[in-house]
Every structure is written in C-alpha cells, then in structure tokens.
Write a protein that binds this ligand. Structure first.
Ligand code: NAD
Ligand code: MG
Length: 291
C-alpha cells in the first residue's frame, strides 16, 4: 500500500533553468519515469504506438509503460533532445519491443504527417496515437507576449494535434485509440500562461467533438489532464525559476506529481479495457478540483 502524501518525498523540484526544450538528464533531482517500477501485463500486446514528446517527462514514462505492456513505440521529439530519446529507445528495446526515433519540429506541418508515415512504415501500422508534445513559456504581461510565441504555442499544442490526427486517420483501424495531453491549465489558467492555458482548453474541446465523430468508426478519442508534474518543460521556461521549489505544493497532496504517475492513465485509455470510455478527460493532478 502507498501513502500518496509520502510518495516521492526524496524528489524535490529545484530552482534550475535549462535552455531550449530542456532535458530529463538536466534535472538535478531526476524525475521518476517508472524505469524501476512499471510492470507490464500484456495489456497492449502487439499494438503500434506513436507518442509525440516521447523523449522525456510524461511522454517518456508512457513510452516505457507501453513497451512493457507489449507495444512497439515510435517517438517524436526535437533534435536537441536526441540524448533523452536514445535513453528511452534503450528502455523500449530492453522490454523486447521495437523503438522508432523520429526527430523533428511539430511546428513544421509536413513533419506532423511524416511522423505518421514513418511510423506506419517502420511498425507495419499504427493503432495508438498519443499527442503529447507541448510548448509552455511563462510571460508575466500580455504586452510582453510576442505574436511569435503566441503562434508557436498554438502551432505546437493545437495545430500539430489536428495535423497529426488528420494524417493518422487513414491508417487507424477500428479499435485504435487517440489520446491528447491537456492540463489543469484548461480549467485553472495561471495569469502568466495565458497562451498555453488557452491551447489546453482548445485541446479539450477539439477532442470532445472529435470523439463523437470517430466513435462510430471504432476509434476512441480521450484526454489526460495532468496537474503540476516534475518534468524538463517546467525548468525550461514553463515556470519562473524562483517558483520551482514550491512547484506542486498547492495541490491537496502537497507535492508535484511524477511522470510515472501519469503513464497508467495513458495505458488505460490506450487499451481495450476502456472500450466504453470516449471523449473523457482523465485528471491526474493531485486532487485539484475540475469541472
Ligand atoms: P517534457 O518537456 O518532458 O515534454 C514536452 C515535449 O514536447 C518535449 O520533450 C519535446 O519533445 C516536445 N516538443 C515541444 N515542442 C516541440 C516541437 N516544436 N516539436 C517537436 N516536439 C516538441 O514535459 P512534459 O511536462 O512531460 O510535457 C508533456 C505534455 O504534458 C505537454 O503537452 C505539456 O503541456 C503537458 N503537461 C505538463 C504538465 C507538467 O506540469 N509538467 C502539466 C500539464 C500538462
Ligand atoms: Mg524532452
């Protein structure tokens, strides 16, 4: 039995700052991706998954869990994140599964379609699509939020979801699962994350609508909405650096979550166990109330 208030007492978000997208290997107190804990039981045997942002954080924990449940996994990530992606490839292969590495930029429209084509070619198909890659940069005043950042946040978080799903649809057989990563920010937007929070609300609405459209085809669309989770995103401009030591303390559990605590939600929504779960948002947020 686990007391969730005591779990991860040894991992403390530190006030560190990383350039670019940030690396898991750049976190001083390492995030838990479930490397030493996740045990599979064949829940995704023979499945073929594509995960964007699969090199680190929540996407990487999900990739490890999917592989240990029996799925082959393709990972999309930025070229600067190659070292993190190589490490996750090793863990997928240790689980006896195939890993496909697809570096590139989700703001490049052609890339969103390419990753689908390359996954289908390398794995012989696609039946789980996890749209998890995301951009989050805090800006305190709207006057300082540039048009470029506003557009890039939407291009990464929203346009890429639309484009990747659109490219994937011709390949997805009945029984497939599409899962997007939203956020508590969709419901409780921070004053300094106006662009980011808006993309997450858009993701929720997009998925609720699309879920109804695709259900008759046997394709289920669902969303995971994390609360504050200790990942590179937060140390690479996602939060003001000086606020990181308190990161997650506002939750009823009083601590930040770890990527390993998210992966089971994605496994559930990907597997046939959730066959009657459609257009749902699964909140993994330490107890913060949501509508
Ligand atoms: P992370 O930094 O480990 O993962 C985000 C990934 O997005 C990066 O690894 C990168 O590969 C990818 N990415 C960003 N911009 C990209 C681009 N232009 N092209 C290609 N890939 C790009 O951090 P994470 O926290 O695990 O983030 C995963 C998802 O979870 C994101 O959608 C994020 O918004 C969401 N989320 C995170 C938290 C949190 O507290 N960490 C909370 C709610 C939601
Ligand atoms: Mg990363």
């Amino acid at each position: 039995m686990v007391d969730p208030t005591k779990l991860y007492a040894d991992i403390d978000p530190q006030a560190i700052s990383q350039d670019g997208p940030g690396l898991d290997s750049g976190l001083r107190d390492k995030a838990d991706l479930g490397e030493d804990s996740y045990r599979g039981s064949g829940r995704l045997a023979g499945r073929k998954a594509l995960i964007t942002g699969g090199d680190s954080g929540i996407g990487a924990a999900t990739a490890i869990a999917f592989a240990r449940e029996g799925a082959d996994v393709a990972l999309s990530y930025l070229p600067e994140e190659q070292s993190d992606a190589d490490r996750i490839r090793g863990l997928i292969e240790d689980a006896g599964r195939t890993a496909v590495l697809l570096p590139g930029d989700l703001t490049d429209r052609a890339y969103c379609a390419d990753i689908v084509t390359q996954t289908v070619e390398a794995l012989g198909g696609l039946d789980i699509l996890v749209c998890n890659g995301g951009k989050q940069q805090h800006v305190e005043k709207l006057e300082d939020l540039t048009v470029e950042q506003f557009e890039e946040t939407f291009a990464t978080n929203v346009d890429a979801l639309f484009l990747t799903v659109k490219a994937a649809l011709p390949h997805l057989p009945a029984g497939s699962s599409i899962i997007a990563t939203s956020s508590i920010q969709a419901y409780q937007p921070s004053e300094n994350l106006v662009d980011y929070a808006s993309t997450k609300a858009t993701i929720n609405t997009f998925c609720k609508g699309l879920a109804q459209q695709l259900a008759p085809r046997g394709i289920r669309v669902n969303v995971v909405a994390p609360g504050p989770i200790w990942t590179p995103l937060q140390t690479a401009g996602g939060q003001p650096t000086e606020e990181l030591p308190e990161f997650g303390e506002q939750t009823p559990l009083g601590r930040a979550g770890q990527p390993a605590e998210l992966a089971p939600a994605y496994v559930f929504l990907a597997s046939g166990e959730s066959s009657y779960v459609i257009g749902e948002t699964l909140h993994v947020n330490g107890g913060m109330p949501t509508p």
